[in-house]
Design a protein around this ligand. Sequence first.
Ligand SMILES: *Cc1c(COP(=O)(O)O)cnc(C)c1O
Length: 243
Amino acid sequence: MTTIENNLGQIHARIAAACGTANRAVTSVQLLAVSKTFGADAVRDAVLAGQRSFGENYIQEGVDKRAAVRAMGLPGGEALQWHCIGPIQSNKTRLVAENFDWAQTVDRLKIAERLSAQRPEGMAPLNVCIQVNVDGGETKSGVAPDQALELARAVVALPRLVLRGIMSIPDDAPGFEAQCAVHKKAAAVFDAIKASGLPGLAQFDTLSMGMTGDLEAAVAAGSTMVRVGSGVFGRRAYGTPTP
Ligand SMILES: *Cc1c(COP(=O)(O)O)cnc(C)c1O
């Protein structure tokens, strides 16, 4: 068994335990393996262990890795889903639109419009999440919670995007209760949009939150997708590629 296969087993066990505690079905929480800074060989090990969705922060790195993994011709490799979970600048929207299955970090209409316009006709519509900044910080990415519905309304009107949900990246909070409290703010935004009656929400099913250190709290607060990097691939090397 590879280390990554072993790690994946441990993360699935943590997710299952958290679902048990929260009285939720294990199948209600998906695992996104965050492969940023790790090479295609690490992704290969995860694919061979059954993992199918991967998150990348740095767009060019993700594009290159996807191509390298595809060239390996792995069993199951045609079913991989690549999620952009890093900041998207205007000059990177085409790369995202042409190479990713999901863009989880949409926080401005301009970016959403470019992604829709640049999504190739031959590909399925791009799945997007609206990134919400739930714990303040003016320098942080993400829309304020009270702006999320307005952006959602604009995104559902774009022809080549499918609004799938909400994502958030809160700062580390000390302890389970504090982590739950901040995750519940994102859950409230998710619930409000779901209940809004907006058209185009048929596939609005994803609340992306929780990482290696706080996935239990995220699941308790309603997360449907935890994004786990170091818990799957090990500690990241010091120094990460620039976006
Ligand atoms: C790096 C990263 C993760 C994974 O973090 P870990 O603590 O390694 O699990 C999840 N989400 C985003 C947006 C990240 O940048």
